[in-house]
Design a protein around this ligand. Structure first.
Ligand code: IPE
Ligand code: IPE
Ligand code: MG
Length: 226
């Protein structure tokens, strides 16, 4: 089976999953973290090299303060408790997005885990936190101007949040919406898209395998004639 080297996921549907069970939305986010762990395991088994997960968008600040705070706490607590274990497992973890609006204590944990490197890297997990595709484009253009860089596609990529990381081969969005919601705008140019109605907290290993099987049947042409 042809497997993507870089998989990106919009983990959507946590709130609706919780609502259907009469639970607070944040319960869906907690369950979502478990699915993220399972998907990470599966990616290691499948020999996927990069996994980018959309955790919090530049627009998610519009949510009720209580949910935003709970999400930040969830993320910070998770990193603090699991960073070492994940590194020992062969994971490298890094973050894309803005850092200037996040709680300082969260940014400190992010920087700490980014400094840890596994002895033998099996999977590089990139968490998109306060990330927006448009915001990344603007930040990158600013860097291009500041450094006097050439204005071309490869210089853009080099100065972007995904400097050394190839474009995603496959994007999965769970939760039923058929949109990008300001995720990796630049890097998705030739990414294969896969949408499923399954809410993220219900997305299991077999759902991932189904998406990858679908991907493996696609003919990628990148604009050329095959
Ligand atoms: C995605 O689930 C997780 C985040 C945006 C943090 P949602 O919270 O958007 O869940 P729905 O779409 O409301 O069901
Ligand atoms: C995208 O989901 C962001 C994340 C999964 C982190 P949203 O739930 O925020 O997207 P919209 O509002 O449905 O477009
Ligand atoms: Mg949503």
């Amino acid at each position: 089976m042809k497997v993507p080297k870089h998989l990106a996921i919009i983990m959507d549907g946590n709130g609706r999953w919780a609502k259907e069970r009469g639970l607070p939305r944040i319960a869906g986010h907690y369950e979502g973290v478990r699915r993220a762990e399972e998907v990470v395991e599966a990616c290691i088994d499948l020999n996927i090299k990069w996994l980018t997960l959309f955790a919090f968008s530049t627009e998610n600040w519009k949510r009720p303060e209580g949910e935003v705070k709970a999400l930040m706490r969830l993320l910070e607590g998770y990193i603090r408790q699991n960073a070492k274990r994940l590194t020992e497992k062969g994971l490298r973890v890094s973050f894309v997005g803005r850092r200037d609006r996040l709680p300082e204590s969260l940014v400190r944990e992010m920087e700490k885990v980014e400094r840890l490197r596994p002895k033998q890297e099996k999977l590089h997990v990139i968490l998109a936190v306060d990330y927006g595709g448009r915001d990344e484009i603007i930040r990158t253009i600013r860097k291009m101007i500041e450094t006097g860089s050439q204005i071309d596609e490869s210089s853009f990529k080099l100065l972007s949040d995904f400097s050394q990381i190839p474009d995603p081969d496959l994007l999965i969005r769970t939760g039923g919406e058929r949109r990008i919601s300001n995720f990796l705008l630049w890097h998705l140019a030739y990414t294969e898209l896969y949408f499923t109605d399954t809410y993220w907290p219900d997305f299991r290993r077999e759902d991932l395998l189904k998406a990858i099987e679908d991907f493996s049947r696609r003919e990628r042409k990148f604009g050329a004639v095959l």
